[in-house]
Design a protein around this ligand. Sequence first.
Ligand SMILES: [Zn+2]
Length: 476
Amino acid sequence: MKKHLFIIAGPEMEGRNTPSPGLERAADYIENHFKAVGLTPGNNGSYRQQFPLYRDSVTSTSLKVNGTAFELTQDFQPNANMNHTADFRFSEVVFAGYGIVDGATDDYRDLDVKGRVVLILDGAPAGFKPSQTGWTAASNIFGKMRNAQAKGAAAVLIVYGNFPRKTFIANSNYTLTGYTPSIMPQTYFVSEGVAASIMGADGKDIINKMKTAPLASKVYKANIDLGFAKKTSIEYTSNVLGVLEGTDKKDEYVIITAHYDHEGKRDGVIYYGADDDGSGTTTVLELAEAFSLAKKAGKGPRRSIIFMTVAGEEKGLWGSAYYANNPIFPLEKTTVDLNIDMVGRVGEEYQNNAKDSANYVYIIGDDKLSSDLEPITNKVNNQYTKLKLDRKYNDPNDKNRFYYRSDHYNFAEKGVPVIFYFNGVHADYHRPTDTPDKINYPLMAKRAKLIYHTALEMANRDEMLKRDRKLDMPGR
Ligand SMILES: [Zn+2]
């Protein structure tokens, strides 16, 4: 395990960002290992399941009011992620206060904004309490854009107090979804100067003005030119998967997953991701070898076992989402997903716990979806590993919400029973100091044995795991 992990979390993999050459090198290493231990390719002759990532780059943008051009970053910035290549020319602008729609508040009351450009302000009036908090709050930028979209606006100008800004980042982040069910209004963040050029005296010092004597909604005459162009580039990354064919139940599957990506480099500093999730990746490699040796010794599993390391977990569980939406092996024939994400360290809750510090693992999700998960886990643990199984994170009210935070969730959402194996967070979590020399290898091996025996039991029992429980977790 040490040999594998010093390579996977070594400097040549450069922190395994998705997508990156370092991640590709890690994928090659994993593929070669699967080949070497005798797994067959998991995807019609290939060990890779490739999937596309989309990235937008703004190539040009402009904003004019009555023929006067404003300067990018000095007075405006377009929403690079969501805007589409188009030039708009409007002869009127609808001012709609803060653009908030929430309960009794409706800044669009008596306004028709269908197909028109709307001017609104960032923030909310003093004392405004949104009915929902965070991303979904009506006073949040995304809430405002959603409401402008629902009202039918073609474009939105949002006044911010932080102009001039320092930089404009022309490249968006990569996304897994190049397609959306609907488009957002073309959106520009603008200065108070832009507001004043549209609204005249009403728009002068508008941010302070709205705090003291709010302006009424109104339609202003002004010729507005909005220019925007971008190009979209596609890059491919992949999940890496190998299969050990079963015997009399080979058309049913146990899937064992871990993410092989991490955070890459920032400002030249490598985030090695030895525990997260070099440890899970290494465990998958070892389990593949162990099962393969068992099969050669005539003790192979009855069901087929899929060993899959996924990409893009750190970006938003991309690889597992792609697999769950494009499964290579039927999910209804997949009896369980055993997901391994951080199993090489002692987490902060156990660091001063002399009794169990090197003899525990968090078991997450074995109380959900199938009543078979927990007794099997307990049975094999009592028989073989005698780890302390800590199930505290099964509490649906736990604020960490770990059940949502790794790749098993994409399987659970499709009804596949899952168990998530985890050591808890620690001081090196998502820091450049998560390095392979800090791994507790005997503890990681012990956890791997628990997963081995669990997978073997689930692969060999007569029936697939019952799917007799509903997910009891509050919505994501
Ligand atoms: Zn992770």
